[in-house]
Write a protein that binds this ligand. Structure first.
Ligand code: AHR
Length: 324
């Protein structure tokens, strides 16, 4: 295993009465023509994650990456093992979308201890335990709380019924997008008497699970007239369940979601879905640029934020060709 000095990137800040406080203690990254880079994907069961992996693969040659890609198949334990294996192989840099907020933290710490700069991409870890600028270089990704809030705001502005009765399909339990998209949506809806969340349950960000959960919840709540799904795959699964139950999504049930996949944009064009707030999976170019800035000695901002658009009936047709 390769071990490098951490001193190169150690910076100090003078705080208060002149006490020296270590502000940063991250592994340095030398500037060179090619890097062995690890990308430890969490799963590949939906178009979003496949597009994300492809974005890294498409970026590899132009960024000088000898890219090692693993697929944890939906298991945080396997993702930990994948990271450990990459550390043992002596990667120069790790890009990691942690499947859940807590279980990956020890692996992040081990990568740092082995002198490997870690960039969290698309998903983050529990900020009470591990922090950008100290335990890993930065988080590159969207504002998931804002995505949930924007989905709620669109729903509140455009729902035409008298009372909105909502089923929420949550993403993977313990993942940062599921936690934050729920928080943003719930906070926006709270206090608006016109809307009530009937039930909120995980569909694990998967189409089949979204359909199964929706089938079950439809039995318990036949009066539902809004579905908020934390991603498009679950929204499409919910649309299938609604149609199988004789409902007409887009007419008697409003479907709001997040991601911007091709199937979701098509569902909007077909009048079955109202809105999807974008969450871009195209992290390859941003990861390359951020890594190069870091290698050049720049201090990277803790959160390299991705700005998201919103897709509705007004612009879905215009954007479907660029969707995945
Ligand atoms: O972390 C981002 C989320 O993960 C996407 O919204 C979802 O589709 C994916 O599985």
């Amino acid at each position: 295993m390769k071990r490098r000095s951490l001193l190169g990137a150690t910076a100090f800040a003078v705080l208060g009465l002149g006490s020296l406080v270590q502000a940063q203690d991250l592994p340095p990254l030398e500037q060179k023509d090619s890097y062995t880079v690890g990308f430890a994907q969490s799963e590949s069961n939906n178009p979003w994650r496949i597009a994300e992996t492809k974005s890294f693969q498409d970026t590899a040659a132009s960024c000088g990456w000898n890219l090692i890609v693993t697929d944890a198949g939906g298991s945080a334990a396997k993702q930990v093992a994948d990271v450990d294996s990459m550390i043992a192989q002596g990667i120069d840099v790790l890009f990691l979308p942690p499947r859940e907020e807590s279980p990956l933290i020890p692996a992040v710490m081990r990568a740092k201890a082995a002198g490997i700069p870690v960039f969290l991409v698309d998903r983050s870890v529990d900020p009470n335990v591990a922090q950008a600028g100290r335990d890993y270089v930065a988080f590159l990704g969207s504002d998931f709380v804002d995505q949930g809030r924007r989905a709620a705001e669109y729903m509140m502005e455009n729902f035409e019924g008298e009372q909105g009765l909502i089923i929420q399909l949550e993403g993977t339990t313990g993942s940062s997008p599921a936690n934050d998209r729920k928080r943003g949506f719930d906070e926006a809806v709270a206090g608006n008497d016109k809307f009530q969340i009937l039930e909120s349950r995980t569909g694990d960000f998967a189409r089949d699970e979204g359909r199964r959960v929706m089938e079950t919840l439809l039995q318990a709540h036949p009066d539902v007239n809004i579905v908020y799904a934390h991603n498009d795959e679950m929204a499409i699964g919910a649309i299938q369940a609604l149609e199988a139950a004789g409902r007409t999504p887009g007419q008697d049930v409003m479907v709001v979601s997040i991601d911007g996949t091709r199937d979701a944009l098509q569902a909007i064009i077909d009048g079955k879905m109202a809105v999807t707030v974008e969450s871009s999976p195209f992290f390859g170019p941003l990861s390359c640029e951020t890594m190069k800035r870091y290698a050049a000695g720049e201090t990277i901002e803790p959160w390299v934020k991705v700005e998201d658009r919103i897709f509705t009936a007004e612009n879905a047709a215009e954007h479907i060709d660029e969707a995945y």
